[in-house]
Design a protein around this ligand. Structure first.
Ligand code: HEM
Length: 475
């Protein structure tokens, strides 16, 4: 039997139903199993997820703020209220550990910082943190601007550009240069972006392949394994080369690759070869695909909102007057900052975060047993009308300070939260502003592909089709 959606989004009967944006709080008594759609036997709700994943999230939210659903044998509990997000990510990190479907075969880098837990994760995070301090981030500004300018130089008015592909190449080159001190050849960057694309396809919850374990020899799985193996070989060579460069020098370079190699077990340090390898793979994936997507969505939105684009141009003129942005300039680009925040509200690259409780817990009065997969869907919470008026509208002014103060903090969490929040957040924000500003100072863009942007839920939130624009003269 299917439980009926509740008319409000509060908890089970008997709990206080106060202000509609307040979450239910546990009365201390167990409220039983959360409500939710039961779906078909065995496959659970898999069919609905594959057919219409985003509509399915809306449907789920109709059952309340704590909702249970089933996907091929797993029971998942979705949390739709910012206070629950805050509890899970920030307040009780020991109780809720990261879950990334590694047991379902989605483990492209199991010994890297994305997948590790406990002491192993803490050691890695501490070793890598120095590459992300404000001063280090500031020092990446020139690299970001240089590569953005090279891209602009390679574009000409009248050209048709596939935004998602162009930005994937650009952000990968920025990342590998800033963090690994490497200058990738175009052929090499294509191989890496192809590997990232396969990781996305592999985890695409719309395709049936996304639900098959990794060992099933589908053509997609074979290609994925071949590509990952080739990529691992390449990463091994990079590590060896860096080790050879470092031999005989007292102080390692301060880029992330040199730091990782310096802390290798073979060097008396804490990291195994596999951890170094997996972290390079992790950073190349997590660090370029995400920013590339935000740039793609931001430019897409700007082609649809002339008024916002004009305000951006006015700000750039006032702050930069055509010059290459410096770190200090970037801190003054307030409209640009709001445009990017609003872009990530509507199109969060990490559109859902998963956790697993390490013990039985009660959330919103409902029992959630140890090991239940918890999903925190940014995509849906960012579009919740309890926290955003006309949530589907692109309105950068929502990010003016006075509006932000009216919302619960975790109504917006594109970079996650708590101890495991995105280590690359500052890097990403700087890069987004530098690239957006550099390109917009040179070109206007006109959308050529379908203005109705269809989305595809892979490991990150992808446009279902390439996004084409034509470059026009900047007036
Ligand atoms: C707009 C761009 C980005 C977005 C939206 C984003 C989003 C996120 C989110 C939501 C998480 C937390 C996932 C969770 O808690 O389960 C995360 C973690 C992470 N991100 Fe990002 N990210 C971005 C850019 C970057 C960049 C540029 C880098 C590297 C330079 C990076 C590296 C990482 C790493 C290594 C983690 C794992 C951290 C840990 O577990 O300690 N990300 N990111």
């Amino acid at each position: 039997m299917t439980s009926r959606p509740q008319s409000n989004v509060d908890g089970p009967a008997g709990e206080s139903t106060n202000n509609s944006s307040d979450p239910p709080h546990s009365s201390g008594q167990s409220g039983g199993v959360p409500p939710g759609p039961d779906g078909l036997p065995i496959v659970g709700n898999t069919h609905s997820i594959i057919r219409e994943p985003f509509a399915f999230l809306d449907e789920l939210h109709g059952y309340g703020d704590v909702v249970r659903y089933r996907i091929l044998g797993n029971t998942v509990t979705a949390l739709f209220h910012p206070d629950y997000v805050q509890r899970v990510l920030v307040e009780e990190p020991e109780t809720f550990e990261r879950y990334l479907f590694a047991d379902q075969g989605f483990d492209f880098a199991p010994e890297g910082i994305l997948f590790t837990q406990g002491e192993q994760w803490r050691t890695q995070r501490q070793l890598m943190q120095p590459a992300f301090t404000v001063d280090r981030i500031r020092s990446y500004t020139d690299t970001m601007a240089r590569y953005a300018e090279q891209t602009a130089d390679s574009w000409e008015t009248g050209d048709e550009i596939v935004l998602n592909r162009a930005f994937s190449r650009l952000t990968l080159r920025i990342l590998t240069n800033a963090l690994f001190d490497l200058d990738l050849e175009p052929g090499e960057s294509d191989a890496v972006t192809r590997a990232a694309q396969l990781i996305n396809e592999q985890s695409n919850s719309r395709s049936v392949a996304g639900f098959l374990p990794e060992w099933v020899p589908t053509p997609g799985n074979r290609r994925y394994h071949r590509t990952l193996e080739a990529y691992r070989d390449r990463v091994d060579t990079l590590i060896e080369e860096r080790r050879a460069d470092a031999a005989g020098t007292e102080e390692p370079g301060d880029d992330l690759l040199s730091v990782l190699v310096h802390h290798a077990e073979s060097n008396g340090g804490a990291l195994t070869e596999r951890e170094i390898q997996d972290n390079l793979i992790t950073f190349t994936f997590a660090g370029h695909e995400t920013t590339s997507l935000v740039l793609t969505y931001a430019f897409y939105l700007l082609t649809q909102h002339d008024d916002v684009r004009r305000r951006l141009e006015a700000e750039q003129q006032a702050v930069l007057g055509g010059a290459t942005p410096t770190f200090e300039d970037v801190t003054r680009l307030e409209v640009t900052d709001r445009v990017l925040q609003e872009t990530m509200r509507l199109y969060p690259p990490a559109y859902i975060i998963f956790r697993k409780p390490t013990r039985d817990v009660t959330i919103g009065g409902y029992d959630v047993p140890e090991g239940t997969v918890l999903s925190l869907p940014q995509y849906r919470i960012h579009r919740d009308e309890r926290f955003y008026d006309e949530p589907e509208a692109f309105r950068p002014d929502r990010w003016r300070e006075e509006c932000v103060n009216d919302r619960p903090e975790y109504a917006y969490f594109p970079f996650g939260g708590g101890a495991r929040h995105c280590i690359g957040m500052r890097f990403a924000m700087l890069e987004l502003k530098v690239v957006l500003t550099t390109l917009l100072q040179r070109f206007d863009l006109e959308l050529v592909s379908d203005p109705d942007l269809a989305l595809s839920p892979g490991a990150t939130l992808q446009p279902a089709d390439d996004v084409h624009v034509r470059l026009t003269e900047r007036t």
